[in-house]
Design a protein around this ligand. Sequence first.
Ligand code: NAD
Ligand code: UDX
Length: 463
Amino acid sequence: MKITKICCIGAGYVGGPTMAIIAQKCPQIQVTVVDLNEERIAAWNDADVNNIPIYEPGLSEIVKEARGRNLFFSTAVDQAIDEAEMIFISVNTPTKTYGKGKGMAADLKYIELCARQIARVSKSNKIVVEKSTLPVRTAEAIKSILDNTGNGVKFQILSNPEFLAEGTAVQDLLHPDRILIGGDTTAEGQKAIQALVDVYANWVAVDKILTTNVWSSELSKLTANAFLAQRISSINAMSELCEKTGADVNEVARAIGMDSRIGPKFLKASVGFGGSCFQKDILNLVYIAKSYGLQEVADYWEQVIIMNDHQKRRFSDTIVKTLYNTVSDKKIAFLGWAFKKDTNDTRESAAIYVADDLINENAKIAVYDPKVSRKKVLADLDYLQTRTADENAKSILSFENPYEACSNAHAVAILTEWDEFVAYDWQKIYDAMQKPAFVFDGRNILDKAVLEKIGFVYQAIGS
Ligand code: NAD
Ligand code: UDX
């Protein structure tokens, strides 16, 4: 089956970039990305491509090339579903905030709404692709909804999890380590798999396209994120031990990373991992394990989250302790609010939790992030419901200029590893700060010797 029209439901951090690349690499396929959020779709359609809603290096250029040619962004969901032969579901699957599984299970209400809408609208056979990260066996639920509509349309359901990381989404999509496609073992299932393989084969070598059964594919995504996050919690656990013993976590990471069985990637100690995926997906895995009665499996993976929470708390505690046990009315400058560099995404960013702790101690937080607005910072804090929105607004000072953010501060805390922070004139920052001037480097990006020579009291993670 040759695909000529694709619809993607969900124009977010995954749907937007993924479909932009498919459109760029497959000019013969018409790709329509739909979303209920009118503001988001309007931003994707903004005449100035610099205003698209997601910041990713290289993305605006690709959107500029394909948009209006074979890439479209629209709120006409029904029409796009009706016309497409292949429909990607790329909606959000956040942690449940209510009812059974609250705080752990993935909330699948948006997935179910999509399935019901596809069932209602479709007049011809379709391939439905799970692009969202889903609990293992979700395809079964989707199939049950789609197969019970009574309109005689046949659906094939594929699992095609996305492995891109934010900040490097374009490169990850252009040069993926692998593409994973899970489908039914029946002849129809295999035909559907082949149709999706043919789409990716426009730019990905066929030996990198892996096909499995649906359940393996669904579970592989959760497993990959759990393993990646586990490495960070492992090195962060060592960072605390390093601080007690005189070992240096950067040296330890280098030493173990040269073992080819361990490898050098994802061993950077930090203030703690953030992002919309790691915590959500591990909690989901823990919930699934518990639901099968696998308590030891659940406890094993939950420890990754417990360690990460500890690492964030440890960072704010260190700041308070070092500043003579009080930060009350002290200005603490935050360089960075995004959960990692090169993205405007702040979901689950460590900065939110560190700021919340320090505001509890009556600190004033002066935030500078090259891509995050004051509105977003306040929304992130308000979401925690620790205090009123008014109180948050009074505790957060926002700056467009990093030097002004740091001026008169008692301490600078680095929360995101933006490259520009390394290139700042740190002498100038020092001169304008309260003395002693402290730097808490939550990303280990600055040079301790240089900062100490200037006069800073410098504290990194794990040394
Ligand atoms: P997102 O919140 O940025 O985007 C989801 C979009 O779906 C939103 O714009 C929302 O308005 C839209 N939506 C929700 N329900 C809808 C409906 N019924 N009809 C139309 N639109 C609807 O989320 P995201 O970061 O793109 O993540 C999407 C999925 O991909 C999640 O399951 C996530 O776990 C997974 N994932 C995310 C990443 C990442 O880096 N962000 C990486 C891999 C996988
Ligand atoms: C992650 C997975 O990497 C990606 O494959 C999946 O599709 C989505 O989830 P993402 O969350 O976008 O991607 O970014 P990632 O680079 O994994 O970073 C996640 C968090 O871990 C960030 O806060 C980052 O700063 C932190 N991190 C990463 C570390 O603290 N140390 C490291 O060594 C690596």
